[in-house]
Ligand binder design. Structure first.
Ligand code: ADP
Length: 330
């Protein structure tokens, strides 16, 4: 958040609290004034009563009763009014804060996305120009092509994340569910990562023939995003483990890494749109905060659940569960 936004926010908060204070004070003042008037009117009516009036007792009772009823009326109306004002002010305050936070995250997202788009394009362009201009030894050529391919893959993931999440949100993506073999889909994804990241260690435990009804493209995005995060947020020497199992009708897909893990109070928030742990100055990794949001959306569209727990001794354990059409025959 820039200094100007912070200042504007501080001024808006002060004005808001002052206004609220004024409204509540006016309400209390109104209540006291009405009560005073009520008691004065009753006292005046009582002083007007004649002691020798045969209906004195009845009239006296009626005045006291009317005063009492008015007391209750003012207290009730004032109380309800106060509750309405306070509830509404809490809602408004929370909505404004949410809006500001979202706006702030959106700004960060725009900055991140510009960078994320430009870097792979710049690297790929430079590599291709070098390859065209100079005749390099075969090994160097391969290395450069590999690097270029990795950058275009990054670009590809980013583009599908942005497109698919905006389409899913706008209801423009037509989910096409078909029976597919999840075991194959996961295996293919892991092999793809093994080729893309030959210096990383992948360990996989995939039960064969696990089928489910789903959208192949979306499930690929889900698996890719989780594995990509495991790579991104764990050290080079850390092992990345993918597990796919089925017990009765519950399919469980897990991606475990040996990185720094996710603190408990952030475990739910990482699935929010544009949310990234830490702030702009402490973060060292690149990203947009869209990946896990999209993962959650995809899982929910497949009536599944996603959550993250700690891996032992360190790291994160992302767990996705789906319901299979048929129980697995063991
Ligand atoms: P991005 O990676 O683009 O920042 P994501 O939505 O994929 O966005 O992730 C949100 C945040 O959750 C990340 O910024 C990171 O701080 C945290 N995170 C995601 N995956 C992991 C992981 N495997 N280990 C530790 N932190 C993670």
């Amino acid at each position: 958040m820039d200094v100007f936004t912070k200042k504007r926010l501080a001024v808006a908060s002060i004005v808001y609290w002052l206004l609220l204070f004024y409204i509540v004070a006016a309400l209390i003042w109104w209540f006291i004034a009405l009560e005073k008037q009520n008691h004065q009117t009753a006292a005046y009516k009582l002083s007007e009563l004649k002691m020798d009036d045969p209906a004195f007792q009845t009239k006296y009772q009626a005045i006291v009763e009317a005063r009492h009823l008015k007391d209750i009326q003012y207290l009730g109306e004032g109380g309800i009014f106060l509750i309405v004002i306070l509830t509404a002010s809490i809602f408004v305050y929370q909505a404004v804060r949410r809006q500001i936070r979202l706006q702030n995250q959106q700004e960060n997202f725009m900055m991140a996305i510009t960078h994320e788009l430009k870097t792979p394009i710049a690297i790929a362009k430079l590599n291709l120009e070098t390859l065209l201009k100079y005749s390099l030894p075969e090994e160097k050529k391969q290395k450069m092509l590999q690097a270029t391919l990795q950058e275009t893959n990054r670009l590809n993931t980013l583009a599908s994340n942005i497109l698919v999440s905006s389409q899913l949100e706008g209801g423009r993506y037509r989910i096409t569910k078909e029976e597919l073999e999840l075991s194959d889909l996961v295996k293919t994804a892991i092999n793809d990562f093994r080729n893309r990241f030959p210096d990383r260690q992948f360990h996989s435990e995939i039960e064969p023939e696990i089928d489910m009804d789903g959208d192949a493209l979306l499930l690929q995005i889900l698996v890719n995003n989780l594995i990509e995060n495991a790579i991104k947020y764990s050290p080079k020497e850390g092992i990345i483990t993918c597990k796919l199992t089925q017990k009765n009708r519950t399919i469980l897909f897990q991606v475990l890494d040996e990185g720094a893990g996710i603190p408990d109070d952030e475990k739910k928030r990482v699935f929010e749109k544009f949310y990234r742990i830490g702030n702009e100055t402490t973060r060292t990794t690149k990203g947009t905060g869209l990946g896990l949001y999209l993962c959650k959306k995809i899982v929910e569209d497949h009536h599944g659940h996603i959550r993250v727990t700690d891996n032992t001794p360190r790291g994160s354990n992302f767990m996705v569960s789906f319901t299979a059409k048929h129980a697995h025959e063991q």
